[in-house]
Design a protein around this ligand. Sequence first.
Ligand SMILES: [Ca+2]
Ligand SMILES: [Ca+2]
Ligand SMILES: [Ca+2]
Length: 294
Amino acid sequence: MNLSLLNNRLLTALLVTCLMSLSAASVKADNELANAGFETPDASFGDTADAGAPWDDFGAPETRFTTSTIARTDNQSLKTFGPFDFIGAGTGATQQIPAEENSPYQAEIYAQHITGDALDGGNFGVFKIEFLDANMDFVGGLGEPAGTPLVGFNVFESEPINSDTPLDTWTALDASGFSPAGTEFVRAVLVQVQLGDGQDNFTGGAIYWDDAFVMKGVPGDYDLDGDTDGTDFLVWQRGESPDGGSEFELDLWQTNYGAMTPSLAAVSVPEPTSAALIMLATALMLNGSRNRQR
Ligand SMILES: [Ca+2]
Ligand SMILES: [Ca+2]
Ligand SMILES: [Ca+2]
């Protein structure tokens, strides 16, 4: 085979790769949650007491869910408030999806409270993920909960939204975590807790939620930031990954070095067009240097 034909084939292959990466990069996110933006049911004619299937509501009977025109994306978000039971119970919504064991899961939601209905007292909300086995029981095992679980154990919980959180702005709540052995499902949970004094007083505030996100991340991503890079090696070395210091995890890291979850690849580095241009430029340089060698 002559060299220029080989080079042409190389160029063609690289171009195809570039185009494939372009189309892959422009697809947003493998979010595994359905109705993640709370766009259904349509609440344009008023409140609804439904969080929107396949989300399941929970909380006291006084709980109300309201799809709101305060939305981060599209037309609606989910609003939680109450329950007005004076005992500080939680109210919120859950959704569970199939999951794989021993895997990183990226989980996030956006939340805000607003001027005029701000969270006060000790009232707060959190987002979390819980890993369940085939019987829908909580799975014990790897990882430590980031906070005190409100529902079950082996829960990965975000920082709270509370009276310290800036008003009138969407704040990302991250609840990423590792699934233990035996995991069959991951359950996303958003919860608001309204405290009372046990009698007839309660403090106030509502929370708006939008754009929940759960997806399986890349193996070897031990700091759960969506990529597998040098920082993850350091986390593994310090023994802070689920099975830190193990050969198994080192192999996983090596095999997946440079990998990135599709969602992050879509929204962050590298710019797809510049990546394609760099690859094309590299191909042309290779082509040029080979031609000169002849
Ligand atoms: Ca929305
Ligand atoms: Ca990482
Ligand atoms: Ca990183």
